[in-house]
Design a protein around this ligand. Structure first.
Ligand code: PBG
Length: 338
């Protein structure tokens, strides 16, 4: 107490106490910088051309390859959960060296798109555009021998197949097409092909920054697309590179991408933050199959709390800069967010 005026003058250390804003759920909610809502989440779905029953994927608990006849029910499920949308992958009955089934208008993806849009017209439907599910060798493109006779993915020949697939998906009613192959020039090739067919309202979500990652392992069972020889390091990005991510993002923006994506998510949060700063385009992140499998495996063994872990990792992806997240946790997370 001050000797003359009687006021409290004694400094109580510490005077700055950040914990004041963490005391109650109400104040934490008030000052929370990053939010997570169901509309931020996109659910990946795998449609198989010939299945009549769902076929569980052993490496992805709770995820299955689905018959196309399930599409309408899946659309209603997505709507009930209030999620942002779905992204579709297809497994054809027959594969060939160029992946021609990728542009079959009666293939699993166009049929599933139509069924989903008929059932729930307002649902956002995205399609993955890539040929690896459709080629018999499992690579994301048409092969040709290089100068030394080694098989390599032929960039420019692949663009034509991708463009045809995108047009077929858009004609079936897809709102957004998402090229995931990492060929050079594919965004421009897709935009030109779509515009030439007057599909000017179909948006392109580019997997602009996609790394050659071990975390795609379970997906390759899900989509039956593991390469039969070699790997994808000749077209997907080297995990050591960050500046190259900005170059890829800039090129896709120039070529007419409407939205960009970084993939995988958790091991590339720094990349998400950099792309977020460098580009004004909406930005997505793909919380991939291996990231999902790790959480499932650890929580099944009682090592972590699944619900808390999932909400924390999805929040961290948003905090790093993602506007939306493609995730196999979408329905669970939507339920948990409430
Ligand atoms: C390629 C594609 C892949 C994924 C999405 N699109 C696999 C790959 O590049 O090998 C991976 C998704 C995941 O792991 O969840 N069509």
């Amino acid at each position: 107490v001050h000797p003359r005026c009687g006021w409290y003058a004694r400094a109580v250390f510490p005077t700055k106490r950040p914990r004041r804003l963490r005391r109650t759920p109400a104040i934490r909610a008030l000052v929370r910088e990053t939010t997570l809502t169901p509309t931020d989440l996109i659910l990946p779905l795998f449609f198989h051309e010939t299945l009549t029953e769902p076929r569980p994927i052993s490496t992805m608990p709770g995820v299955a390859q689905l018959p196309v006849a399930e599409a309408a029910a899946q659309a209603r499920l997505a709507k009930e959960h209030g999620i942002g949308g779905v992204i579709l992958f297809g497994l054809p009955k027959e594969k060939d060296p160029i992946g021609a089934a990728a542009y079959d208008p009666n293939g699993p993806v166009p049929r599933a798109v139509k069924a989903m849009k008929d059932a729930v017209p307002e649902l956002l439907v995205i399609t993955d555009v890539c040929v690896d599910e459709y080629t018999d060798h499992g690579h994301c493109g048409v092969l040709k021998p290089d100068a030394r006779g080694e098989m390599d993915v032929d960039n420019d020949a692949t663009l034509e197949v991708l463009a045809r697939a995108a047009v077929v998906h858009a004609q079936a009613g897809a709102d957004v097409v998402a090229p995931s192959d990492m060929m050079d020039g594919r965004v421009g090739a897709l935009r030109r092909a779509l515009d030439a067919e007057s599909l000017t309202s179909t948006a392109i979500l580019s997997y602009a920054v996609k790394y050659a990652s071990s975390f795609y392992g379970p997906f390759r069972e899900a989509a039956d697309c593991a390469p039969k020889f070699g790997d994808r390091a000749g077209y997907q990005m080297d995990p050591g590179n960050a500046r190259e991510a900005l170059r890829e993002a800039a090129l896709d923006e120039e070529e007419g991408a409407d939205m960009l994506m970084v993939k995988p998510a958790l091991t590339y949060l720094d990349i998400l933050a950099k792309v977020r700063e460098a580009s004004p385009l909406p930005l997505g992140a793909y919380n991939v199959s291996g990231e999902f499998a790790m959480i499932k495996a650890a929580s099944e063994r009682g090592m972590i709390d699944e619900r808390r872990a999932v909400l924390e990792l999805l929040t961290s992806i948003r905090r790093a800069g993602a506007d939306f997240i493609l995730t196999y946790h979408a329905l669970d997370a939507a339920r948990w967010i409430g």
